[in-house]
Design a protein around this ligand. Sequence first.
Ligand code: AMP
Ligand code: ZN
Length: 467
Amino acid sequence: MKLYNTLTKREEEFKPIEEGKVRMYVCGPTVYNLIHIGNARPMILFDTVRRYFEYKGYEVSYVSNFTDVDDKIIAKAIEEGSTSEEVAERYIEECKKDMAAMNVRPATVHPRATQEIDGMIEMIRTLIDKGYAYPAEDGTVYFRTRKFDGYGKLSHKNIDDLEGGHRSIQVTGNLKEDPLDFVLWKPKKEGEPYWESPWCQGRPGWHIECSVMSKKYLGDEIDIHAGGEDLVFPHHENEIAQSEAANGKPFAHYWMHNAFLNIDNKKMSKSLGNFFTVRDIQEKYDLQVLRFFMISAHYRSPLNFSDELMEAAKNGLERILNAADMLRRHMEKPEDALLEGEAEVLAGTDAFVGKFEASMEDDFNTADAVSAVFELVKYINTSLKEDSSRALAEGFYQKLQMLCDILGIIIERKEEVLDEEIEALIAARQEARKAKDFAKADEIRDKLKDMGILLKDTREGVTWTRA
Ligand code: AMP
Ligand code: ZN
């Protein structure tokens, strides 16, 4: 299996540290808002990478963090008069709902920065002991960037060029020894969340969080570290410096980075007004369509989001789902065995499975893998006849499902729950509540939840959303 490694700028054969196992860490979102479709790109792509490794028989430990302490979270809490814990908790829950709707499987562990502070203090202490970090007068702890040989190896930057670019930046109070040094721990400001530490009451810098969470859940040395390409510098470069300096071992063997998702060929940004949350898309599309749209392009190519491309993704997905419907109808026939000659017809699917695998093994070329699925669909559509056996339809279905499952595409049709049915159940629950039959009210709420309908009691009445 070949994958492109940002560290070496080459496609490399994947060799796990431990036979049959993959340890991977994917930088997760900062939770101050609903996730946007840009954040959804790494989630969907690296979930697909994980699924492919599992298909190949690897046991995958997949760790993805939530950054739950950050300036943006604090600003949001101040804006709405709540706390940063409340803001983070809410958006972690919302993020998990979006992930489920995009069929992104929960990570093996989803660590949260605020619950790993002890480990961060410990790593910072080690870095100070080894001479790689120093506390300044105000309690800020800085990483001594120049002391780490190989700084710049991931982003392929020369440390001296970096300094040139930074020299103009005024260093407040000259607390840093060198403008290149970056923060590991910073003192609290009035009203901010803080933790006790040997240096000051404060909070960790962003980069140290990932080094520590990766170490705790996956060990000092891991197979794959991934995230969006904006994270290469400085975030991942600094993670390497911290982890390798503290642990004395190479950190991640392979670094994978997805290119950006743009909207109408422009960078997605709130100020330009071209910004969509995953929830915005869900109003118009089943999120399977968003997933299909994302995997229809190679992860290292920039991807442009537009209505036309989403419509094309919807139509493409529909072609696959229609073939699955047709097979399921055929599978209603009484049980039988393959007819004469059908074993060869079924074996004809091997070519498409082979093409699919070859595409995935070529640096996870999901675009070509999707083409292989389309070819399989075409083959199925032309090979299955009215008088074909049920066994053949089942054989085809199993192949189609196997490939779609790797891509995270569900080919079973969801039972469509009608609005009237939901409204009737909500009315019954209101009746039960009026009659103080809370057990029944809760029962109806749970039933709706099983149907994928979430209720919210507000002062204005009950509102519902599809999970
Ligand atoms: P953040 O919450 O900004 O730290 O982002 C979480 C993840 O989403 C990181 O891996 C980012 O690189 C990635 N990301 C953010 N914006 C985009 C985008 N427009 N396209 C692709 N990936 C993105
Ligand atoms: Zn990270």
